[in-house]
Design a protein around this ligand. Structure first.
Ligand code: SF4
Length: 322
């Protein structure tokens, strides 16, 4: 399987006062054609920072170290104009809040036409026709009427469908969906996940799906990378990682997944403690202060990733001790 995206020792750093603080550290991952990779972790684990390293939409003062390759070409060091062209022709994103990608004062139809700015082989009439077709494909009735509306006239679920249509209109070969269902009710979430699953079949490339929700990973992804405090702590095929998790953080996330709780309860389990802030990481294993299985060595030495099976690895001192 040829790699659509490969990250080699990628770190993302933000300026804090006089120092650069790493929000993502030394991430190496590869995503093959036809694959959906889930990036999962709590808030503050570095998932969205990693996405911005791929899209090049880092806030000012941010920096990416390491190599980000898209279809074999190094994106780091690419001029801003080339990045923009790439985002309009090959890499598309779906944000958690579609208001961030839709202009509130421009009608939907005009925005969907403008999203096709780089598709110069399409006339304006052709872009309009494709936009209407795409809205129908994402399940919106009467697309022409929707195209005359403004974003604030649409519900959250419909706005997210419009955002998916906008992303697909550029025929992306890499689709990055950053928690696109977080603000939605369960029924709408199911519908949006179904749409992204269908979109994956239409895309000749790969999907990166960012979420904090293991049940979404289970339903949608082929492989998963579990992030904690900016590091990948476990990665592998979804069936293997979710069926036989090896890192205590992955186990803790799964224990908090409402879909896996058999006895009805009012109080959902949580992982005690919080993700450490970038720049204030504990020594040794970053998960040690919250880990119920920690050994004395854990607060002294940082664990390296070890193989747990084919394509499956975890960074934990317990690896190999079972
Ligand atoms: Fe827990 Fe130690 Fe493994 Fe870290 S290295 S996850 S502290 S057992």
């Amino acid at each position: 399987m040829s790699a659509v995206l490969s990250l080699e020792s990628v770190s993302v750093l933000y300026r804090k006062g006089r120092t650069m603080v790493p929000a993502v550290r030394d991430v190496t991952l590869e995503i093959g054609r036809g694959e959906t990779l889930g990036l999962v972790g709590e808030s503050g684990s570095g998932k969205s920072s990693l996405a911005t390293a791929i899209t090049g939409l880092l806030p000012s003062g941010g920096r990416v170290d390491g190599t980000v390759r898209f279809e074999g070409s190094d994106l780091t060091g690419l001029a801003a104009s080339d990045r923009r062209r790439l985002r309009g022709t090959a890499i598309a994103t779906i944000a958690q809040d579609p208001f961030t990608s839709l202009n509130p004062v421009v009608r939907i139809g005009r925005q969907l036409v403008e999203f096709q700015h780089w598709q110069t082989d399409r006339s304006r009439a052709e872009r309009w026709r494709r936009a209407a077709e795409m809205l129908a494909q994402v399940g919106l009735s009467d697309p022409e009427a929707r195209m005359r509306q403004y974003p604030h006239q649409l519900s959250g679920g419909i706005r997210q469908r419009v955002a998916i249509a906008a992303a697909l209109l550029v025929n992306p070969r890499l689709l990055i969906a950053d928690e696109p269902t977080t603000a939605l009710d369960a029924t709408t979430e199911d519908q949006i996940i179904g749409l992204i699953r269908n979109a994956r079949q239409a895309i000749d490339g790969a999907v990166v799906f960012i979420t904090h929700d293991m049940s979404v990973v289970r339903r949608l992804c082929d492989r998963v990378a579990v992030l904690y405090a900016g590091q990948v702590v476990e990665t592998g095929p979804v069936g293997t990682v979710l069926g036989d998790p090896r890192h205590p953080y992955t186990k803790a996330l799964l224990a908090c997944d409402p879909a896996g709780i058999e006895t009805p309860t009012r109080l959902l389990p949580t992982i005690p403690g919080t993700v450490p802030a970038p720049g204030n990481l504990p020594p040794g294993c970053v998960f040690a202060p919250r880990c119920t299985a920690a050994l004395p060595v854990c607060s002294q030495r940082s664990p390296r990733p070890s193989a747990a099976g084919p394509g499956h690895s975890a960074a934990c001192h317990l690896m190999g001790t079972a």
